[in-house]
Design a protein around this ligand. Structure first.
Ligand code: GKR
Ligand code: MG
Length: 420
């Protein structure tokens, strides 16, 4: 069996629109890292992860230790990453405080290893993961309040989505998302304005899209009491399929769950295996939005889905600004999870750039089929990689800071939570 000969991690930056959230506003550039794991026989497995300095440092720590491993040796990969992160006992209980940094490093390389396995076998990644239970994975429209253009962004034209600060503008954004991609579910990123205003936006969306399941995600921006106050409005007319992260701690989510008749979803309070015992004890959430990037990879995502079945927790998928390598990985694993109960989140429509050959992957009819492989089924466009790496070197951003970006518009802005 061929062995790993080289591992490369390249930070990239790509254009990101001024999308608003509870922390502030997206900067003009989003960061990611592209992982290449090359074998002695010249195959290259791909992964994609965060591009902040902490993640890059962790990937760098583990990188050299991977040389010489077989791409099928996922336990060897885990050992190398755990050792690099200073936690060599691979059988130790998951820490109750979570292990996001370690799990993120593991995931970044695991996807590349699995891509190599698929390439070696001549099989699509979903086959390596046990076979697909569905041909296509549903995604939702991810709606953001947004400014019309970035401040302090010389030389770059405004994106063509326009401003979305009113209900009508948000409906227009949703209409474009639905018309272009066929999305069936709509998710509103909230925590930006007063909850009553955002719920009015939801009502406008409901009027415009009477049959679309809706979600709202204030990213922990509300107090328990605010959530209690606005809940009757959210329940009115069956507005929501789930309520995502109204509050910001596990304990508060448990308090909300006690009076909230619709499922609570999270990508904020249950983000690691070590959080699950307390989540279950408090009955704090009913839907976990998994994300292979920080749960430890694609196999960990499948394990999480099985734990969801064990405890009666629904499973869907969270997203950050990302490129097609991530989307391909999300779609392959999504195709294999029997209890994927909701359309997954993706930021993909917000990105213009791409780092894979052939340009952007196609979401249509609100869903995407996993690329047909072998492996992930996507390959690197080396010119694009060089260009996006050059962006990274030039843009000056090294850690995402939506609050600092918002202070360019509102100098008194603070990202303290809860906001309302
Ligand atoms: O991109 O602004 C954003 C989102 O708020 C993102 O940072 C979150 O991680 O999409 C995410 C979420 O569902 O909370
Ligand atoms: Mg969320």
């Amino acid at each position: 069996m061929t062995r790993i000969a080289a591992v490369r991690v390249t930070p990239i930056a790509f254009r990101d629109p001024p999308l608003l959230n509870v922390q502030g506003v997206h900067e003009p550039w989003a960061l990611r890292s592209i992982i290449e794991v090359e074998t002695q026989d010249g195959r290259v497995g791909l992964g994609e992860s965060y591009g902040d300095l902490e993640t890059l440092g962790n990937l760098e720590r583990a990188r050299a230790g991977l040389v010489g491993l077989s791409p099928f040796d996922l336990n060897g990969l885990t050992r190398v990453v755990y050792e690099a992160m200073g936690t060599p006992d691979v059988g130790a209980p998951y820490p109750p405080q979570g292990d996001k940094a370690r799990a993120s490093a593991l995931a970044a390389f695991e996807v590349a290893f699995l891509d190599l396995q698929g390439q070696a076998l001549g099989l699509p990644l979903y086959e390596v993961l046990g076979g697909k239970v569905r041909d296509r994975v549903d995604f939702s429209a991810y709606l953001f309040y947004k400014f019309g253009r970035h401040k302090d962004d010389p030389g770059y034209p405004a994106d063509d989505w326009g401003e979305a600060l009113t209900h009508d503008q948000m409906v227009a954004q949703a209409r474009r998302m639905v018309d272009t991609y066929g999305f069936g579910s709509l998710k509103l990123k909230a925590g930006v304005f007063e909850p009553d205003f955002e719920i009015e936006t939801l009502r406008a969306l409901r009027r415009a899209f009477p049959d679309a399941p809706l979600r709202i995600d204030p990213n922990g921006g509300w107090t328990v009491e605010t959530t209690r106050r606005v809940l009757p409005q959210l329940l009115d007319g069956g507005l929501l399929e789930y309520l995502e992260d109204p509050t910001r701690t596990l304990k508060e989510m448990g308090e909300v769950a006690a009076f909230c008749p619709i499922p609570l979803a999270t990508n904020m309070v249950t983000i690691a295996f070590g959080h699950i015992p307390e989540t279950v004890r408090l009955n704090a959430v009913q839907v976990i939005l998994t994300d292979h990037h920080y749960w430890g990879g694609l196999r960990a995502t499948q394990t999480l889905a099985a734990i969801g079945r064990t405890f009666g927790l629904g499973i869907s998928m969270h997203s950050n600004s990302h490129m097609g390598i991530s989307l391909a990985a999300m779609t392959h694993v999504g195709a294999t999870i029997p209890n994927l109960a909701y359309a997954c989140d993706t930021h993909y429509p917000w990105q213009e750039d791409e780092v894979i050959e052939g340009g952007k992957l196609t979401i249509s009819g609100g869903s995407m089929a996993p690329p047909e492989g072998p492996g992930l089924g996507v390959t690197l466009d080396r010119d694009a990689l060089a260009r996006l790496h050059r962006n990274y070197l030039d843009c000056g951003i090294r850690v995402r800071d939506d609050a600092a970006e918002m202070r360019k518009y509102r100098p008194d802005w603070s990202s303290r939570l809860p906001r309302y």
